[in-house]
Write a protein that binds this ligand. Structure first.
Ligand SMILES: [Zn+2]
Length: 356
């Protein structure tokens, strides 16, 4: 049954609604199909299953956020923070674990704001370790650029001993160290926290890792790097990126599970929905009103889309974000609803129940 629910949750979060100026238009289903072929079962199901199997009450879970590139997206992009906030809620309310937000200090603002609206406060270590505060997260700023990034990743893993590491819309470089936009152009890596080292180290330690993205250039797509580069070739007239670096636009950073979605936030909502279903608690997934307030909180804290500081995400309206949440809530609640045993009683001579 969870595989059936996961099938339609995957589809719900993979309906592309982009305008024709958006650089990755038409790529969503290609990336999804390749990710699905690589992993077999529905992606949101595999993600939720991995979290349930690995994360226990009181554990720390690292959430990697922030897709900003200075100065265009100084306070971060608004695809990412609400996805992280949704997962923070699901991890807190569903699994009793504590999220640790790791990223560029400026970009943690929208994450914390959206997370607070979703129901997760940010306090200090003492509140969690000594006072056992639930629905409480920590924030850990990560330095920008390559210098010291590897050491910082190790330090964080040693300090929190997390049982899962999750990236949402978190970019990472290709195998030759070049960072790319969704359009395949090279982007500067020195204004970005190099948290991909933390993911690589977590994998070496056998910690469950999950990547959620929508373009092929985010943490997780290393799992299907060759396939993503082939999709780029279809879109970029034969080249694997637009900068000529030779390494391709797809990231080298792989995770145990990759959730590919039309919008990264939606991929995260899909994972929250599967947690809600598998833990039999629809409350775990934010409701549509909360979603709207999460979006507005994220924007008020400075996150932007390429349309400005309005609560649109990847060119889709706030109503579209709420609609996705409404549909996911419906999938989860209907899947959990129990009708009276036996259903409609059979009546002799009647082979079809009216309306069925
Ligand atoms: Zn390149």
């Amino acid at each position: 049954m969870p595989e059936i629910v996961g099938e339609y949750v995957d589809r719900q979060v993979n309906v592309e609604m982009l305008d024709d100026n958006f650089p990755r238009r038409g790529r969503t289903h290609l990336l999804y199909e390749a990710a699905r072929a690589k992993q077999g079962l529905p992606l949101t199901y595999l993600a939720a299953k991995g979290l349930i199997e690995n994360v226990k009450q009181g554990d720390y879970v690292i959430l990697l956020s922030g897709a900003g590139i200075s100065p265009w997206l100084e306070w971060g992009e608004n695809d990412g923070p609400c996805g992280i906030a949704s997962l923070a809620r699901a991890i807190s309310f569903g699994l009793g674990a504590n999220p640790v937000y790791v990223g560029n200090e400026k970009e943690l603002g929208p994450v914390i704001a959206a997370g607070m609206v979703a129901g997760v406060s940010v306090l200090n270590r003492e509140a969690i370790d000594v006072y056992k505060r639930k629905a409480t997260a920590l924030k850990v700023p990560f330095p920008l650029g390559e210098e010291g990034a590897e050491e910082k990743g190790i330090e964080i893993l040693n300090e929190y001993n997390p049982t899962a590491v999750i990236g949402v819309e978190k970019h990472a470089p290709n195998p030759v160290g070049v960072w790319h936009s969704a359009a395949g152009q090279a982007t500067p890596g020195d204004t970005i926290p190099h948290v991909h080292h933390l993911v690589d180290e977590a994998r070496r330690r056998g910690i469950f890792t999950l990547g959620i993205g929508d373009g092929g250039n985010e943490i997780g797509y290393g799992l299907m790097r060759e396939e993503a580069n082939e999709i780029y070739q279809q879109q970029f007239g034969g080249a694997t990126c637009q900068c000529g670096c030779g390494g391709g636009g797809a990231t080298a950073t792989a995770t145990d599970v990759l959730v590919s979605a039309a919008v990264s936030n939606w991929g995260a909502y899909g994972v929250s929905a599967m947690l809600a279903y598998m833990l039999e608690n629809p409350f775990i997934l934010q409701d549509p009103d909360t979603e709207r307030r999460m979006l507005e909180a994220s924007v008020m804290a400075g996150s932007v889309s390429f349309m400005g500081t309005i609560p649109w995400v990847d060119r889709t309206s706030p109503e579209a974000q709420q609609a996705v949440v409404i549909a996911l809530q419906e999938i989860v609640k209907n899947a959990l609803r129990r009708l009276p045993v036996g259903g409609f009683p059979a009546v002799e001579g009647v082979t079809k129940v009216p309306g069925s």
